[in-house]
Write a protein that binds this ligand. Structure first.
Ligand SMILES: C[S@@+](CC[C@H](N)C(=O)[O-])C[C@H]1O[C@@H](n2cnc3c(N)ncnc32)[C@H](O)[C@@H]1O
Length: 275
């Protein structure tokens, strides 16, 4: 059995904060302990100290990302928090279709930041195709990023257990997902027309970002709960800079910008706009 001594947990929390902005409170001791125990059983490391020493002295980026995966949570689902999609339909796609909102070059740029295994960016792509009857006239591109190697690999593969789409409308599933044809039984794969719209990459939100924007929409949902207040404030303000004026910013419905210093205007619970 692995029991974490306070100084070991503190070392883990320091690494998590330093590299990835994660704020591990004492409430996470049990979770970290359990995940570390099952990792160590299958690893060459004799105990927690040996593993921590490896992380301190020899670990390369891939080793660090294995450790990140032990600490983070990838929970996600298709069309999660549907109110955000409703807002986009009402306040973004409908005005675009009606011509009351115009975009240079008819280019729509969306960023799904901390996209986990890809359900969020693919939902955004399917939703845009549904909301824009004249879809082919638009140049839509969705950037999907996450730090987790395993999440990014799944997002690129775009194959999911059938259970993950069982709650979706049947027409939506038959239009935008594929079965059979080399796809494992019990799995579905996002259709090529949807996948083409999404570029998946690995990005640590704490590091410099290569993209310049401007984005029309940024979804940064259910990740800031893992960061402390100064980290959240910095992140939100960096995203504010990357949005075009009028751009839409959605965070998780359990999250809020209320206590942060930002220039965003609230338009709906957990949805904000840049003035
Ligand atoms: C709970 S998932 C949220 C997924 C999706 N946005 C949603 O709401 O369904 C949180 C994701 O944040 C990612 N994450 C945590 N810290 C990160 C960081 N510093 N940079 C990039 N991604 C990070 C994790 O890998 C994980 O996939």
């Amino acid at each position: 059995m692995t029991t974490l001594a306070p100084h070991q947990f503190q070392r883990i929390a320091d690494i998590a904060r330093e590299h990835w902005g994660l704020h591990l409170t004492d409430k996470k001791v049990q979770l970290v302990q359990n995940r570390l125990a099952s990792f160590l059983r299958k690893s060459p490391f004799a105990d927690v100290d040996a593993y921590l020493s490896h992380l301190d002295h020899e670990a390369d980026q891939e080793d660090m990302l294995v450790f990140f995966d032990l600490l983070s949570t990838n929970v996600t689902s298709f069309f999660r928090e549907h109110d955000h999609f409703n807002y986009l339909e009402r306040e973004f796609y409908t005005p675009l279709e009606r011509g009351t909102l115009t975009l240079p070059g008819r280019a729509i740029r969306i960023w799904s930041a901390a996209c986990s295994t890809g359900c969020e960016p693919y939902s955004l792509a399917m939703h845009a195709m549904e909301c824009l009857p004249s879809f082919s006239r638009w140049d839509l591109r969705i950037l999907a990023t996450d730090l987790s190697n395993s999440a990014v690999a799944t997002a690129k593969e775009a194959t999911y257990p059938e259970a993950m789409v069982s709650g979706l409308d049947k027409r939506l599933v038959s239009t935008y997902f594929q079965r059979g044809n080399g796809i494992a039984p019990g799995s579905v794969k996002v259709a090529p027309a949807v996948r083409r719209l999404v570029t998946v990459g690995r990005l640590n939100l704490m590091e410099p970002w290569p993209m310049k924007g401007p984005f029309d929409v940024i979804f940064c949902r259910n990740v800031m709960i893992y960061f402390d207040k100064p980290t959240r404030e910095r992140l939100v303000n960096r995203m504010h800079q990357l949005l075009r004026p009028g751009g839409i910013f959605a965070i998780g419905s359990a999250e809020t910008l209320a206590s942060l210093k930002t220039d965003f205007t609230t338009v709906q619970a957990s949805v904000y706009r840049k003035s």
